[in-house]
Design a protein. Structure first.
Length: 323
C-alpha cells in the first residue's frame, strides 16, 4: 500500500452511493450528476476510488471520475466478498460495505479501470439487445409451435404471433447490419484475418472482436482464456482430496459459450484443434474436456492472429502466414 494515497471505498446502489475514506470518514451522495460533483470536491491528485462491479449502477460514476482524472478501480464482487468473509464481519449495511471496500483497497494490488470507448459501448449495447431479441424470437417460435399442435389453432392468435416474430427478426437484421458496419470501421482487417481460422465464421469473428475490444486489453493468450473462464480449476489437498479438474467459469459467459459452439466444427476442419482433441480422447479423457481444450486453442489462435497481423494457414506447421 502506498501511504501517500488516500483510498475511498464506494458501495453503489440505484439511488445513492456510500463512501468511506482511509481515515474512516463516512459520506453518502446521490447516484446522479449532482452527487458526483459533490463527491469530487473531496478528492485530490492522491485519491484512489475503489468500487465493485454492480451491474449497471457503477458505470456512470466510474466514467465521470475517469473523465475528472481520478484513479478508479472496479473490482470483481466475488473478490470483495471473499475479503469481507475473511474479516468475519457480522454487520451488513451499505456503510459497513463501503468501509470494508476501503480496507480491501489498502491490502490488495489494484488495477486501474480503463472503461470502454463510446464506439465499444455502442457495440456492446447492440450485442446485449441482440441477445434479448434472440431469446424472444425463440420464445415466439415455441409459442407458435405450441399453438399449432393444439389441432385447431386460433387463426388470430397464430397470425399475431407470426407478425410479432417477423417484426422482431426485421429489427434483429437491422441491428446486426449496424453492428457489422461499426466494427468494420475500426477492425476491418482483423475481422477478415479471424475468419481465416477453420471453425470461426463471420458471426463468431464479429463477436470475438467486440467482446475482447479488438484483443487490445490482453497481453497473452493465457490471460484471454482466463477472461473467458476457460482456465482449469484444480481441487487437490494432501492425499485424500482429489477433485476432478474443471474450468473456472469465472469469466465472460458469452465468449465461453460462443467458443464451445465453434469447437465442434474446429475438431473437424482445424488441424491443430483436431490433433489436440484426438490426443486427449486417446488418453481416455472425456470428450467435453477435449472440447474445452479446443476452445482454448481456438482462442489462442485468434489472439496470435490479432497481435501478429498474420492469417491462418491450416496446412502450415507454424499456423500463421503473412498476408
Amino acid at each position: 500500500m502506498n501511504k501517500d494515497i488516500k483510498y475511498f471505498g464506494l458501495d453503489i446502489s440505484h439511488l445513492v452511493f456510500d463512501v468511506t475514506d482511509s481515515l474512516g470518514n463516512y459520506y453518502q451522495f446521490k447516484n446522479s450528476l449532482s452527487g458526483f460533483k459533490k463527491f469530487v470536491k473531496l478528492l485530490d491528485i492522491n485519491s484512489h476510488c475503489v468500487m465493485e462491479a454492480t451491474g449497471y449502477y457503477h458505470y456512470q460514476l466510474a466514467y465521470y471520475l475517469q473523465e475528472q482524472g481520478v484513479k478508479v478501480s472496479v473490482e470483481n464482487p466475488l473478490s470483495v466478498k471473499r475479503f469481507i468473509q475473511m474479516k468475519l464481519s457480522k454487520i451488513k449495511t451499505d456503510k459497513s460495505d463501503s468501509k470494508l471496500i476501503c480496507e480491501y483497497a489498502k491490502q490488495v494490488e489494484l488495477k486501474l479501470w480503463k472503461g470502454n470507448s463510446k464506439h465499444q459501448l455502442e457495440c456492446l449495447q447492440m450485442i446485449r439487445l441482440l441477445s434479448t431479441y434472440t431469446k424472444q424470437s425463440t420464445m415466439l417460435k415455441n409459442k407458435i409451435h405450441g399453438e399449432t399442435v393444439l389441432g385447431i389453432p386460433s387463426k388470430s392468435v397464430v397470425s399475431s404471433l407470426k407478425r410479432i416474430l417477423k417484426e422482431l427478426q426485421k429489427d434483429m437484421k437491422t441491428i446486426e447490419d449496424k453492428l457489422l458496419f461499426l466494427v468494420k470501421e475500426v477492425h476491418q482487417k482483423l475481422l477478415t484475418d479471424l475468419k481465416s481460422i477453420p471453425g470461426i465464421g463471420p458471426k463468431t469473428s464479429l463477436m470475438l472482436v467486440v467482446l475482447t475490444d479488438g484483443f487490445d486489453r490482453f497481453t497473452s493468450g493465457s490471460e484471454l482464456c482466463s477472461y473467458a473462464g476457460l482456465t482449469p480449476l484444480i481441487r487437490q489437498s494432501g492425499s485424500s482430496v482429489k477433485g476432478r479438474p474443471r474450468i473456472s467459469k469465472i469469466g465472460n459467459q458469452k465468449l465461453r459459450n460462443l467458443l464451445f459452439m465453434c469447437s465442434f466444427n474446429a475438431c473437424k476442419y482445424n488441424h491443430a484443434c483436431k490433433a489436440i482433441y484426438d490426443r486427449i480422447v486417446a488418453k481416455g479423457k472425456s470428450k467435453k474436456l477435449a472440447l474445452i481444450a479446443v476452445c482454448n486453442k481456438l482462442l489462442k489462435q485468434a489472439f496470435a492472429i490479432a497481435k501478429s497481423g498474420l492469417t491462418y494457414d491450416n496446412n502450415y506447421r507454424s499456423v500463421l502466414v503473412k498476408n
